[in-house]
Design a binder for this molecule. Structure first.
Ligand code: 3H9
Length: 652
């Protein structure tokens, strides 16, 4: 039978008395207004058609339904609303079964929950990721999911926003079956259920659970929420499902959803969502094909190099890791294998996947073994002469089409590129440590980087599952330049009257996992000290310079590794140290500064302004492309709380 069309994004065909509805709203089949109206039209059509026994809902392409259309948030509501569509599905007299071919997220999962059965394909995923957008599910998710899978499992899924793969969904009772061809199975399920009493999730009771275990699950979510409202609200609503009736629970959920949708927290997280999708997109590269990368060379297998090697291995690349001696290569192999073992222990990797990774790994002390690499990433000591010498050598070894990437944090990649005969093949890949864990990579578009080399670097980072932010050449790139500016401001406040613990407390209350002085202690104070000593001769004597960090280092206080830094450390705890307070006092006296009191608000205002001013400078210089890119770097590399949207967003 010919295709029927219910709206611009919803069509259907009849298959033996079953109306097979397809949602086709690229890119992710979001529940935009014409999808909602199309679903209602399909239900209306079916209700009056005696020859149709029921419906299957499916999604075209790789996704089932990616959720509500986030772009519609903030625009005037247009009916039918999603909760109304979903209530209609659940109450429908004929069976409605969904064929979940891919991701069923947010509103998409809520549509699935309201169906009378859920057949999953092998690549299906189910999740309610609303908390990641600063909201709670708003179309029944917090009320129907606990009825189907129990309160504790629902708190975990909704409170974290994580998605469950098909097998887990089956084990939880969220999917009824996992099959290779969900559409055919769903059509059969509609026929089986026709004329029988239907299983309506909203009509079920929430299974009883131990209240201490519920408390524990809730506490775990709230402890991780770093001051965000949505996770706690989601947990409250899921728990309420056990005591409130469906109607009252849905009303409570709707009110909370609408309130949070209009919050700054949600606006910030939506900004982050869209900034992430925009990052790494370079207009001029739209028609540029990336080069093929199968084998990745990694030079240096220290903390950074081994992390990069692990990332590449777990993403399916073959890796050749180079060290200076055979002994160092053997320890590098051990370090990489150790990281893979840890991933197996924490269940991020299966034992088989680890073995496959190790089979793709070669460690060597012979530079010529890098000849087969399509991309070489260096992670050696951050010294210009070391790096230029290395690039000169690599240039003579790798194939003409191979790409050379530097992981420098502060050196000028153009100078490094100039050591090669073909600087167009050089790009910066600034990973953050530990590279197998941290998502962010600053992709540095050097003066002579060829467009297809940049496109290849972006494709490589994407395949690693990481977040690429493109930036131009400047000392410290986006992140370290902003970090330096805000550290400078923190040190000015130190001299003017604030103490390290006060500044750290203000940052931590704002949502940073750790204040700047505690972070410096963790990273070690000696690297920045060495850089300051190198730069001393070039420093403008009229520029304000705070010497306190130098005095700390001279006193052997190099951070956590020495047990002493901006704080004293004992048994893993940081404590205010009167010796540091005395050093700070002495620095003030030396400059005739009379200390004054700072409020947490003033501290945060000044730190934010320092970040924003530097961010604006980076945009003006063309180093950063969009304010959102700067926000992503600070969120993913420097602990800026995502629910505040990053410094550029927060400053608006
Ligand atoms: C919700 O459902 C609330 C309800 O409870 C209650 C309502 C009453 N809307 O990520 P990608 C765009 S809240 C609009 O690169 P992938 C995205 O911007 C929602 N647009 O693809 C990008 O656009 P562009 C809960 C969306 O294949 C393009 O699609 N749902 C939406 O790597 C491709 O995106 C979520 O939070 C959307 N919902 O991953 C799920 N989603 O090409 C959010 C994506 O112009 N989405 N776009 O840059 C995802 O997690 C991933 O997009 C997904 C596909 C896994 C689906």
């Amino acid at each position: 039978m010919a295709e029927m069309r219910f709206s611009q994004s919803v069509s259907a065909r009849l298959e033996g008395g079953v109306l097979v509805v397809a949602i086709d709203n690229p890119p992710v089949n979001a529940l935009s207004v014409h999808v909602r109206s199309g679903l209602v039209a399909a239900l209306d059509y079916t209700v009056n058609a005696s020859h149709i026994v029921g419906l299957v809902i499916s999604g075209a392409g790789r996704t089932f339904i990616g959720g509500a259309d986030i772009r519609e948030f903030g625009t005037p509501p247009v009916g039918p609303s999603l909760p109304d569509v979903i209530d209609r599905i659940e109450a429908f007299d004929k069976p409605v079964i969904c064929a979940v071919n891919g991701a069923a997220l947010g509103g998409g999962c809520e549509v699935a929950l309201a169906c009378h059965g859920r057949i999953a394909g092998e690549t299906a995923t189910f999740g309610l990721p609303e908390v990641k957008l600063g909201i709670v599910p708003g179309a029944g998710g917090t009320q129907r999911l606990p009825r189907l899978i129990g309160t504790i499992a629902a708190i975990d899924l909704i409170g974290t926003g994580r998605a469950a793969k098909a097998d887990e969904a089956l084990a939880l009772g969220l999917a009824d079956a996992v099959v290779a061809d969900p559409l055919t199975a769903a059509v059969a399920a509609v026929r089986d259920n026709a004329g029988r009493p239907l299983r309506r999730t909203g009509g079920m009771n929430v299974p009883a659970a131990d209240s201490a275990a519920i408390d524990m699950a809730a506490t775990k979510i709230i402890a991780k929420s770093r001051g965000q409202s949505a996770p706690a609200e989601a947990v409250r609503l899921v728990r309420a499902a056990g005591s409130l009736g469906l109607e009252q629970g849905l009303a409570e959920e709707r009110a909370t959803f609408l309130h949070l949708r209009d919050s700054t927290e949600s606006a910030a997280l939506r900004h982050v969502f869209f900034a992430e999708r925009a990052a790494g997109k370079v207009e001029t590269l739209a028609d540029v094909a990336p080069r093929r990368i199968d084998t990745v060379g990694v030079v240096g297998t220290g903390l950074m190099g081994s992390g990069i090697a692990v990332s590449a291995l777990t993403s399916g690349y073959r890796v050749v890791a180079l060290e200076q001696t055979r002994e160092a290569a053997a320890s590098g192999h051990e370090r990489i294998a150790g990281l893979l073992d840890k991933a197996v222990q924490s269940r991020r990797l299966t034992a088989e996947a680890r073995d496959a990774c190790l089979a793709r790994l070669e460690t060597t002390a012979e530079a010529k073994d890098l000849a087969t690499a399509d991309l070489v990433v260096e992670a050696v000591f951050d010294d210009l002469s070391v790096k230029t010498a290395l690039f000169r050598t690599l240039d003579g070894i790798v194939a003409p089409g191979a790409i050379l990437a530097t992981n420098t944090s502060y050196l000028d990649p153009d100078t490094i590129a100039a050591a090669t005969a073909d600087p167009s093949r050089v790009v910066g890949l600034h990973f953050f440590s530990p590279a197998n864990v941290m998502r962010l990579v600053e992709v540095v578009d050097c003066a002579k980087t060829a467009p297809d080399v940049l496109a290849s670097a972006l494709a490589f980072v994407k395949r690693l599952g990481k977040l690429a932010v493109v930036c131009g050449v400047t000392e410290g790139f986006i992140g370290n330049r902003i970090f330096s500016a805000y550290r400078r401001e923190a040190e000015f406040m130190l001299e003017d009257g604030a103490l390290p613990y006060q500044i750290d407390a203000a940052l931590e209350a704002y949502g940073f996992p750790m204040g700047i002085f505690a972070v410096n202690d963790m990273a070690g104070l000696d690297i920045a000290w060495a850089r300051r000593k190198r730069q001393a001769a070039a420093r403008d004597p009229a520029e304000r310079y705070v010497e306190i960090a130098d005095r700390l280092c001279e006193a052997g206080r190099l951070g956590r590794k020495t047990g002493l830094g901006w704080y004293t450390y004992a048994n893993g705890e940081r404590m205010v140290d009167p010796v540091v307070t005395a050093l700070i006092d002495a620095a003030r006296v030396k400059k005739d500064i009379v200390p004054r009191a700072f409020t947490a608000e003033e501290i945060m205002d000044r730190l934010l302004m320092a970040m924003v001013d530097e961010g604006k400078a980076l945009l003006a210089e063309g180093v950063a492309t969009r304010p959102g890119d700067i926000d992503l770097v600070m969120i993913n590399g420097y602990g800026f709380p995502a629910h505040k949207g990053g410094p550029m967003f927060a400053a608006q």
